[in-house]
Ligand binder design. Structure first.
Ligand code: C2E
Ligand code: MG
Ligand code: MG
Ligand code: MG
Length: 283
């Protein structure tokens, strides 16, 4: 009883809460300024073919570069940007820069290495999303088949019609669609089968528990089996150990991403890594 009263008082009269609100407001206005300064840039994490060890793609991950040189992670600014309506602007900056990056390596002869960008559910509320994506590819001179969109299950679940409308024209150009963090959402399996997905990205949580949880291996196998039945490609996220890699290889997962191979790196470092990973594909 006493505890509950305390809680209510905390809620209505708390210097701590005031401080949190003030900090939140400050962060919001800093994000807004950073958007104006185009301070959001992608880093690139390689996606590697499990059978051949070749780099076959990269995921663009947003970073905020402060004037001080410090780098801020998306875990800090994405939730704020989503709640104050700036996620579309950040997504656009990342997408345009990432398309330019991918067009650059394609021009160097690595024209089979794809680029994946994360699209937040909130971005689907904007009618101009499709136009922006097409313009980003066209401006960069990037082949649509090299662009992949990573979306979480929530968009598919809450508004499959909208997803189909926005994605349809892009899909017919050759853009590919991946479900990110697969296994953590609330997908209706029948619905997933009817949506135009090409790739399952198995959530890091399952990969990291492969060797210390009884259920994780079974869940991963089930996802891989389902992907095979549906004719979809599979990517394992967050691979950190060789044991995890070997498990995925034995079970026929197509690609992996994770610190074991490389953390996300700058465009220059990524291209250098590709150069070392293989000879240029025939132009
Ligand atoms: P995500 O799309 O699932 O991206 C994978 C995250 O896992 C990245 O974190 C990546 O750096 C991290 N990661 C990769 N390999 C490993 C590993 O082996 N071990 C561990 N522990 N972590 C690994 P990051 O860059 O902090 O991004 C976090 C999330 O923020 C992303 O999750 C994505 O949901 C979101 N995000 C990042 N960039 C963008 C963006 O441009 N737009 C939107 N809407 N969301 C973004
Ligand atoms: Mg992703
Ligand atoms: Mg993911
Ligand atoms: Mg994830």
């Amino acid at each position: 009883q006493a505890k509950r009263t305390e809680g209510v008082e905390m809620q209505f009269y708390s210097p701590k809460l005031d401080r949190q609100t003030a900090a939140r407001k400050r962060l919001e206005s800093e994000v807004r300024t950073a958007v104006e300064q185009s301070a959001f840039t992608p880093v690139y994490q390689p996606k590697v073919d499990l059978a051949t060890g070749r780099i076959v793609g990269a995921e663009a991950l947003a970073r905020w570069q402060l004037d001080s040189g410090r780098i801020v992670s998306p875990g800090v600014f994405i939730p704020v940007a989503e709640s104050c309506g700036l996620i579309g602007d950040i997504g656009e900056q990342i997408t345009r820069k990432a398309c330019l990056g991918a067009a650059k390596w394609a021009d160097m002869g690595y024209n089979d290495i794809s680029i994946a960008v994360n699209v937040s559910p909130r971005q689907f509320e904007n009618d101009d999303l499709g136009t922006m994506l097409i313009d980003a590819m066209t401006t960069a001179g990037l082949l649509p088949r090299l662009l992949q969109l990573e979306i979480t299950e929530s968009v598919a679940v809450t508004d499959p019609e909208r997803l189909r409308d926005v994605i349809g024209p892009l899909k017919s150009m050759g853009v590919r669609l991946a479900i990110d963090d697969f296994g953590t959402g609330h997908s209706n399996l029948a619905m997933l089968g009817r949506l135009p997905f090409d790739v399952f990205k198995i959530d890091r949580a399952f990969i990291s528990s492969l060797h210390n949880d009884k259920q994780a291996p079974a869940i991963v196998e089930m996802i891989l089996g389902m992907a095979e039945t549906l004719g979809m490609e599979t990517v394992a996220e967050g691979v950190e150990t060789d044991d995890q890699l070997q498990f995925l290889k034995r079970r026929g997962c197509d690609q992996y991403q994770g610190f074991l191979f490389s953390p996300p790196v700058s465009l220059e470092k990524f291209i250098e890594m590709v150069r070392r990973n293989r000879q240029p594909a025939a132009a």
